[in-house]
Design a protein around this ligand. Structure first.
Ligand code: SAM
Length: 215
């Protein structure tokens, strides 16, 4: 189906996100530019612009657009920022960051999902570095980052991720138990101090790894 077919649905989704409190115009523009239907399996493609998470296989999901938008807004992205994403999944969140003008690095623990996401992103002409690994350890080769976003929920804040932030950079990560998580927005201040804001009430798939839940 041509991209123009979905244009009205995408505009309606932006109205929904505005009503739910997303106010950063850069984020709304980025979401409006990314064809979410390209990241969704064909049997569910008619639901691509509903504000819901949808299955992508292997028990994982493409996040709800509101969640992607609030996390991106919390990161305070601007063009040229170097961002690390943990949990590539379908590749949709990485594409939204790219559409916001960021340089994006993304890690996924399932090779099958990472390969599929990379193929989708390449088809859309989005140059994003993807790798299959345990993202709780970060990606030291490209650190430090201007921002890190974790799209799976863990029991704690992985220390390696805090260490891979530049001073002034933010880490956005859901933390909690297996039923509910709060979004922690952590800013690295000078002298190795960190400040934290919390946004309550989210439900993510588990962050599995050395600094997350065990498999
Ligand atoms: N950002 C994704 C998107 O836009 O489709 C959402 C993906 S889903 C909510 C979270 C992803 O995190 C899953 O694909 C899962 O396999 C992955 N994940 C969980 N633990 C991980 C880890 N330690 N390292 C990398 N990826 C991990």
């Amino acid at each position: 189906m041509a991209d123009s077919f979905y244009q009205k649905s995408r505009t309606d989704l932006i109205s929904v996100l505005r009503k739910k409190g997303i106010s950063d115009e850069q984020v709304l523009t980025a979401v409006s530019r990314v064809p979410r239907h390209e990241f969704i399996q064909s049997s569910l493609v008619h639901r691509a612009y509903e504000d819901v998470a949808l299955p992508i296989g292997l028990g994982q999901t493409i996040s709800q657009p509101y969640t992607v938008a609030i996390m991106t807004q919390s990161l305070r992205v601007s063009p040229g920022m170097k961002i690390l994403e943990i949990g590539t999944g379908s590749g949709y969140q990485a594409a939204v960051l790219k559409a916001a003008g960021c340089q994006v690095f993304s890690i996924e623990r399932h090779l099958e999902l990472m390969t599929k996401a990379r193929t989708t992103l390449e088809r859309l002409g989005m140059d994003i570095a993807c790798r299959c690994a345990d993202g709780t350890l970060g990606w030291s080769q490209f650190a430090p980052f201007d921002g890190i976003i974790v799209t799976a929920g863990g029991p704690l804040i992985p220390d390696p991720l805090k260490k891979q932030l530049k001073t002034g950079a933010r880490l956005v990560i859901p933390v909690g138990d297996d039923k509910v998580q709060n979004l922690h927005v952590i800013t690295r201040l000078a002298d190795d101090r960190f400040s934290t804001e919390v946004i309550e009430g989210f439900k993510f798939v588990p962050l599995i790894g050395k600094e997350g839940w065990s498999a």
